[in-house]
Design a binder for this molecule. Structure first.
Ligand SMILES: [Zn+2]
Ligand SMILES: [Zn+2]
Length: 182
């Protein structure tokens, strides 16, 4: 009989952050979680707003079930828009956040938080014309001329700066994005 290898538990499902490994918010790690005191193979690397410094010290399971948020009075992101409180808590307390260059914004559409898909650059945004249009529209309200705004949009890069943060509405499916300059 072949001895069974240690099996990593399947990662929890995060409706508002469907691919946290792809976005880099959760990485493979043998670090121990400060909440459940177990090394479960994955650790959360994104922002933790709490009194205690919990950066890189929480596992995805303790985020998903709300135990980390409850125990440490922690939040993982900030949502400024007005959405129903159960949805707000699902995003701020039970969803891995992401690191932005400036204060992160969780985009809202159709009355609910959108699903965060990760950073994107100009190349990726060409696949999502409505996200591109929303960025251009936001930039249009700023101090820049049209040609400056176009230049900025073309300079967006997935893994450097400036970058854009891509979301997909969970209700209507449309893509939306913001960047640190908008
Ligand atoms: Zn844990
Ligand atoms: Zn929508």
């Amino acid at each position: 009989m072949i001895p069974s290898l240690p099996v990593t538990e399947p990662l929890p499902v995060f409706p508002y952050h469907p691919d946290p490994v792809g976005t880099g918010a959760i990485i493979q790690s043998d670090a121990e979680c400060s909440c459940c005191s177990r090394a479960r193979g994955y650790i959360y690397t994104g922002p933790v707003y709490a009194v205690e410094n919990l950066s890189g010290r929480l596992c995805p399971w303790c985020i998903a079930d709300g135990s980390a948020a409850e125990r440490f009075e922690a939040l993982f992101t900030d949502v400024l828009d007005d959405i129903p409180v159960d949805r707000l808590f699902a995003i701020t307390q039970r969803t891995p956040g992401f690191s932005g260059w400036q204060q992160e914004r969780w985009l809202v559409h159709c009355g609910d938080g959108a699903a965060f898909l990760g950073t994107v650059g100009a190349a990726e945004l060409t696949d999502h014309p409505e996200a591109w249009a929303s960025l251009r529209e936001e930039l249009g309200h700023g101090p820049w001329s049209l040609s400056q705004a176009e230049q900025y949009l073309k300079a967006l890069t997935k893994s450097g700066q400036p970058t854009a943060y891509l979301f997909r509405c969970r209700a209507c499916g449309s893509h939306l994005a913001y960047s640190d300059a908008t």
